[in-house]
Design a protein around this ligand. Structure first.
Ligand code: HBI
Length: 358
């Protein structure tokens, strides 16, 4: 394809790609790479050692993994471990930069934002979470002030957590390869919860809701905090909950599709919630707190229900209303708004705009 772009993607430094430690941003990086390659662009990825996500062209970098931002206090200082993989990744990017038209950062960390003006090759960022620390907010807002077009978010709600964010910062939403997800018309009787087993995901509310309704719940995702898991189950002994592990997409969607409904109980502002559109793609209605990304995804009463944040009662009454949802509407919404081509359109438009204005 003429004027195809050479792109260097820098992954999250919190874990190797393909381990699930990177959470939703792993899927975003993979799907954005797929969308752009389908359009004839070339994508190379820099990621921590141990990363593998075929068929991506990944160069791995050694170094100490970064501390996850979401466990930090609002006034936390910028922290980097000794021999940080983040530093090594950006040293490698500096060395290789003249081979690329754009450098695309997926890390939610101070260093990439601070280094933006230091590079000759334009650096663009996808901010993968809402506001967490003042230091990171300042780095994001400083980069926006200097390069208003180069910072993208998943959703408006997420962007708003940083304060005044101009319209020049696009909201890319997300996209998934729908050919990997089968629509399931007639579900079984289980409810689903998917995500890293971590406090910010609010699993305890989903378990509290199924304890009240007596409907069995299956949980999939990275068992990041086993103590948290034990504590939640201990608090609701009569809830019927099973843990089904962290599954690759193909297997997850097969099991997820058979569920009656999908519960999203974020305690933090979920920037987007890729799992939301994965459930829709399988025809599973989404019940989510009216908080963060899912509020811009779920169509009330049509593809799911939005619930008063932290209201277990709200979850319970929404669960009772699940039969009102036509599951075909869920699949249809995923196809029109969240396919790889739809996501690719949004990303390519953004990147071309950045190159034009630079
Ligand atoms: N924390 N410091 C840091 N850097 C990241 O890139 C990062 C993170 N926490 C979570 C995370 N990325 C991903 O799970 C995103 O999908 C949210």
């Amino acid at each position: 394809m003429n004027n195809s772009l050479n792109l260097l993607f820098l992954s999250t430094p919190v874990g190797a790609l393909g381990t699930g430690l990177g959470g939703g941003v792993e899927l975003s990086l993979y799907n954005i790479a797929q969308a752009l390659q389908e359009r004839g662009h070339r994508v190379k990825v820099l990621a921590p050692e141990g990363s593998q996500l075929p068929p991506l062209d990944i160069s791995t970098v050694t170094g100490a993994l970064q501390v996850v931002a979401q466990t930090q206090e609002r006034n936390a200082a910028i922290a980097l471990p000794k021999n940080p993989v983040l530093g090594a990744m950006w040293e490698e990017a500096r060395r290789q930069q003249d081979r690329f038209d754009l450098i695309f950062n997926f890390a939610y960390d101070w260093l990439p934002f601070f280094l933006t003006p230091f590079f000759q090759t334009p650096v663009v960022h996808l901010v993968s979470m809402g506001s967490i620390t003042d230091a990171m907010d300042a780095a994001v807002l400083e980069a926006i002030a200097r390069y208003p077009q180069r910072i993208a978010f998943y959703t408006r709600t997420q962007a708003a957590t940083f304060g005044e964010v101009p319209e020049t910062c696009p909201c890319l939403g997300s996209g998934i390869d729908l050919s990997l997800y089968e629509f399931c018309e007639t579900p079984g009787d289980r409810l689903a919860w998917v995500g890293r087993i971590a406090p910010e995901k609010g699993l305890e509310d989903a378990v509290a809701a199924v304890a009240k309704t007596g409907i069995p719940l299956t949980v999939w995702g990275k068992m990041q905090f086993p103590d948290y898991w034990e504590e939640v189950l201990g608090n609701y002994p009569d809830a019927e909950v099973e843990y089904a592990g962290f599954l690759p997409t193909r297997e997850l969607q097969r099991q997820l599709g058979r569920c009656r409904g999908f519960l999203m109980t974020p305690k933090w502002v979920e920037a987007f919630g890729n799992v939301t559109i994965e459930a829709l793609a399988c025809g599973v209605p989404v019940i989510s707190y009216r908080r963060g990304g899912p509020t811009e995804i779920v169509r009330e009463g049509e593809t799911g229900f939005l619930v008063e944040p932290d209201s277990v009662e709200g979850l319970v009454s929404a669960i009772d209303r699940l039969p009102e949802i036509d599951r075909a509407n869920c699949r249809r919404q995923a196809e029109t708004e969240f396919s790889i081509p739809a996501m690719g359109d949004r990303v390519e438009t953004w990147l071309r705009g950045v190159l034009k204005s630079d």
